[in-house]
Design a protein around this ligand. Structure first.
Ligand code: NAP
Length: 243
């Protein structure tokens, strides 16, 4: 059933490409008023034309700039922490710079954005809902994904902490954990069939995810249909995590 978010304002981070762009389109289609945040201006311009959303251009790795940009975000009731990056390196070659960059966006960025938006939700007194874009990589080791896997494991725990401490304010917090999804990031990490083949072989449904399949799960978790669902990490992985 399609949710109706009429009268609700949503913030989607990493909205310029891939899963975030699809989530933005879906939320607009469900009558939400969407504030799309990303870091490439041209992506946001084309998204605004396509979906009719508002836009904020900022790099979530920059804490001061993020705080300043979100100061005027307005009354957000639905938050999707989708922005994420992946830098592939074998474990023995992981650099401090790459590790810090991945953590800064995938974990610290979620903390900073969520603190700002949750304070606003509490101030409005109407509660809200948040979905964090985690990954199958939060619980499974994937070759060359040390920084990314560590960041998504941390994000699952950040999700649980947010659920624990924001739940009493009627702010629901959950995570969605997709398998490989066909986006620019998915292509970068898994475009080589020699790498993606073994992962695909571990998925009982025998296919990778489409951005729309992830966006539908996010939409459900944000909706009143999921009113009692709180603190979960929802696999959207074709069964990858059963083995
Ligand atoms: P994507 O294709 O690389 O798109 C990510 C979007 O986020 C881009 O618009 C990017 O902007 C933006 N972004 C990245 N870093 C940012 C920053 N510091 N500040 C603001 N915006 C930033 O990625 P995706 O595949 O859609 O992934 C979306 C989320 O799903 C991520 O959290 C990812 O970890 C997760 N996920 C992806 C997969 C997969 O296989 N694709 C699987 C599981 C989970 P720029 O292009 O301008 O940098």
């Amino acid at each position: 059933m399609k949710p109706d978010f009429k009268g609700r304002r949503a913030l989607v981070t990493g909205a310029g490409k891939g899963i975030g762009r699809e989530i933005t389109r879906c939320l607009v289609d469900c009558n939400a008023s969407v504030l799309a945040l990303s870091r490439t201006e041209s992506d946001l311009e084309s998204l605004q034309e396509e979906a009719g959303c508002e836009a904020i251009c900022v790099d979530l790795g920059d804490v001061a700039a993020t705080r300043e940009a979100l100061a005027a975000a307005g009354d957000v009731e639905l938050l999707v922490n989708n922005a994420g990056i992946s830098i592939l390196e074998p474990f023995l070659e992981v650099t401090v710079e790459a590790f810090d960059d991945v953590m800064a966006v995938n974990v610290r960025g979620v903390l900073i954005v969520s603190q700002i938006i949750a304070r606003g939700m509490i101030g409005q007194g109407r509660g809200g809902a948040t979905v964090n874009l985690s990954s199958q990589a939060s619980t499974r080791a994937l070759a060359d994904h040390t920084s990314y896997c560590a960041s998504k494991g941390a994000l699952d725990q950040l999700t649980r902490m947010m659920a624990l401490e924001l739940g009493p304010h009627n702010i629901r917090v959950n995570a969605v954990n997709p398998t490989v999804t066909l986006t620019p990031m998915g292509e970068m990490a898994w475009g080589d069939p020699a790498k993606s083949g073994p992962v695909l072989a571990r998925i009982p449904l025998g296919r990778f995810a489409q951005p729309l399949q992830v966006a539908e799960a996010v939409g459900w978790l944000l909706s009143d249909a999921a009113d009692m669902v709180h603190g979960v990490t929802l696999s959207v992985d074709g069964g990858f995590s059963v083995s």
